[in-house]
Design a protein around this ligand. Structure first.
Ligand SMILES: C[S@@+](CC[C@H](N)C(=O)[O-])C[C@H]1O[C@@H](n2cnc3c(N)ncnc32)[C@H](O)[C@@H]1O
Length: 442
């Protein structure tokens, strides 16, 4: 190496430091910062690289800071952001430790342990305390490490490792616009986008390159929605009867409402509500693009359903409760999430989940079903919530997933008893999802 020549900063460095700095400073969503920083002229590959490095740096913040040494703690915010991003640059092989050192000296004269970044995992594994060791190795807050060790036991390692990988780029083919996924796969192939069929959901395609999907004609004309396969499977488990009435009580921006609308072939009725106005506004736009005319959207207050909504709940075939949850199953997509969840949030989520289950159980008519779904893998938010709801409401009985989807389809995606939808990133490659189906006895 020629030490006379100053090293040229890689193009991802400043944008990635900006993303971390915004996140550290004002909790800005990394996804939004990546989007805000991107210029129209930037190549898709370059954009993908910025996102990849910034997301990995956030996810690995604790492990990288540990490897770089205590001096990191004394840095100002921008300096820390630069140190962590450069650390990730070394960790993923984009930079040599000596290059990172030289680049970092443009932020601060502080010397950091750049060589140690390459053996961060090995250093973390030397920590004596087993919870600390697990927390550092997987770059998790201590309380989350404790929670995962408690819930998963021997499988905690595999689960936490899976959360460190990137999520697949799954989409759901909109059968209101396209015959099937084979047709969309061919259209994509014609414009150089490569895909494979999803493993579990019949309308799922997985995009296997970094092509931009959202400036395609297929997107503008509503032929697909970005949606994890696990989320698509929750919609399948909802299994509305033909021309049925479905109440999606926590619809968000409507990923599942739109999938259900397509399953109903634009017939029947889907009422989609959420407490969040912005999400309902997004849903209206998405429904229009998807050509889903059987979806109505409404914002509702948090504490109770207005009378006309309660009346719909009392008359419908399915109430989908895709409840707010810790979201651990989708942490691959939100690298910042592990640093944002606090123990008190989990307690509040457990209360909201139980409250929504009670509300739906009261409204549900005999023979109709509640689909209780989460994107978490924690027992306390899943099986334990369902068991407790059944104790509080003895009129509810479980319908097994195997009964709804058939044994062969259900087997790989259900728990060992075939009762619940039970998906995990380490086992299925999808986001972690859970669903239970509860029917009111006649
Ligand atoms: C897991 S997200 C829903 C995701 C959405 N179903 C989808 O498929 O994209 C949970 C949603 O519940 C909403 N929520 C939280 N508390 C609620 C309440 N009391 N009533 C209705 N929705 C609520 C949140 O605003 C959030 O959008």
């Amino acid at each position: 190496m020629n030490y006379e020549e100053p090293i040229e900063a890689p193009s991802w460095l400043l944008p990635a430091v900006y993303v971390l700095d915004q996140w550290m400073g004002r909790g800005a969503s990394p996804r939004e910062s990546v989007a805000a920083h991107q210029t129209r002229g930037m190549a898709t590959d370059e954009r993908a690289q910025i996102a990849r490095i910034a997301y990995a740096a956030i996810r690995k913040d604790r492990l990288l800071a540990f490897a770089l040494g205590e001096a990191v703690d004394a840095l100002d915010r921008n300096g820390r952001a630069a140190a962590i991003v450069l650390g990730e640059g070394v960790s993923c092989g984009e930079l040599e430790p000596e290059d990172a050192r030289e680049l970092f000296l443009r932020w601060s004269q502080v010397e950091l342990a750049w060589d140690d970044v390459l053996r961060a995992g090995a250093l973390a594994r030397r920590v004596e305390d087993s919870t600390q060791r697990f927390a550092l190795s997987h770059s998790l807050p201590d309380w989350i490490a404790e929670l995962l060790l408690d819930e998963f036991g021997e499988e905690a390692e595999a689960f936490a490792s899976a959360l460190e990988s990137d999520a697949p780029r799954a989409i759901r083919v909109n059968t209101l616009k396209v015959a099937d996924r084979g047709e969309l796969a061919m259209r994509f192939a014609d414009i150089g986008i490569s895909t494979t069929f999803g493993r579990f959901a019949k309308d799922a395609l997985v995009v296997t390159d970094t092509s931009s999907l959202f400036d395609t004609e297929a997107y503008r004309s509503g032929m697909f929605e970005q949606q994890d396969e696990g989320s698509q499977l929750v919609a399948l488990v909802t299994a509305p009867p033909p021309k049925g009435r479905v109440f999606d009580a926590c619809a968000g921006a409507g990923g599942k409402s739109l999938a259900i609308a397509a399953m109903l072939k634009n017939q029947g009725r889907v009422l989609a509500t959420d407490v969040h106005k912005g999400r309902i506004d997004d849903l209206k736009q998405r429904a229009a693009r998807a050509g889903a005319f059987n979806v109505e959207c409404e914002q509702v207050p948090e504490d109770d359903w207005p009378q006309h909504i309660a009346a719909f709940a009392a008359s419908c075939d399915r109430i989908l409760l895709d409840v707010p949850c810790s979201g651990i199953g989708s942490w691959r997509r939100r690298p910042e999430a592990r640093w944002m969840l606090e123990p008190k949030d989990l307690d509040a989520l457990l209360r909201t989940q139980a409250m929504l289950l009670d509300r739906a159980a009261h409204a549900l008519k005999p023979g109709s079903r509640i689909i209780y779904a989460t994107c978490t893998t924690l027992r306390r938010e899943n099986e334990a919530q369902v068991e407790a709801a059944m104790q509080r409401h003895p009129s509810l009985e479980l319908v097994r997933i195997a009964e709804i989807l058939g044994k062969a389809v259900a087997q790989p995606i259900a728990d060992p008893t075939g009762t619940f939808l039970s998906l995990r990133p380490d086992r299925h490659g999808t986001d972690g999802f859970f669903a239970a189906v509860l029917r009111k006895k006649r």
